[in-house]
Design a protein around this ligand. Sequence first.
Ligand code: BGC
Length: 382
Amino acid sequence: MKSTRIITIAMLLLGGGLRAQTDDASFTPANPPGLLPLPSHKSPAYRAAKLFRHGVNLGDYLEAGSWAVKIDAGEFAAMKHEGFDHVRVPVGWHRYAGPAPDFTLSPEIFSRVDFAVTNTLNNHMAVMINIHHFDALDKDPTNTAAEFLKIWQQIAAHYRNFPARLAFELDNEPHDYATTALMNPIYAQAITEIRQTNPKRTIFVEPGGWGSIAELKNLVLPPDDNVIVSVHCYDPFHFTHQGASWTSADVQQTNIVFPGPPAQPLAMDEGLNPKPWVRDWIEKYNTLPSGQNPSSPLAFTGKLKYLHAWSDYYGRPIHLGEFGAYIKADERSRANFYAAFRQAAEKEQLGWCIWDWSANFRYWDKKNNAPMPGMRDALFGK
Ligand code: BGC
């Protein structure tokens, strides 16, 4: 599922393209001229961004199929108690849509989303709902745009009178054919559509390439003053996705710690037959000191710095809508990673939202009704 993401990352690492761009302290604006910088950093978007600082994704819930987790009303109180100020709710609306041309959404999905939204709001957190895993849009954005817009029209009408602490995110991780360039005009249409019923609602927008930072430079947005840009970052991918079955063969090597280097050089799992760039990454991981190691904050600090510069220049707040590490990494490394990432995000004044609450990148251990070891301190400690 995430194979494109890993291939893109491999290409960037090999070519050094992103590193050259992001590690450069002097930021050069490169977006198409259609993206006008907005002068005010006191706009409604900036005010809204203050509500979306420390968030949690309800992953594998309303966007998932048979593997979905259950979330009880009491868990929303736990989220607030832990220190989260917002909740991102991925939703597979398209799976509840009737036939063209109306694509009528079923009452069932509205009642399930209402449950998550009202419980979040009642627990004094902000909430963001999106369209997640809309594969048809990634395969054929031009011919799926009508359905995408109809779905947003219905969501917008349903939530028009909800408090301002409810935000909409247009599409999770556009990729494949849903390039940033193709999505730009579709986003503009969706924003116009939503504004008919929700003139003041905060709207989050992700670039293509799975919401990647490298794609930000292709984003064009209308001069709407309540739009926040959201990107996802799972670097270092060999650490965060180790052993994940839904991504490429490149990340099947487990026992990778954070930060590197490991106490003992990692012997590669037999039978993996890694590609040259994976061998190269592991070689560096085994040998380079922590300040230069690829499994270290070096994998993301330059990128987060670039986000800060981009955001300042274009006058659009940026939110890190997903980051996290799969449960196959050891507990201490996961906690180290979450701590280092959120500290780096906060240094750059970026709101963050972890993937995820209680599924495979979990923060919350449902069995013990407590956070996973080290996680509370990682996210909310000093
Ligand atoms: C996907 C999840 C996946 C996560 C980490 C999310 O965007 O929706 O299915 O577990 O990324 O790869």
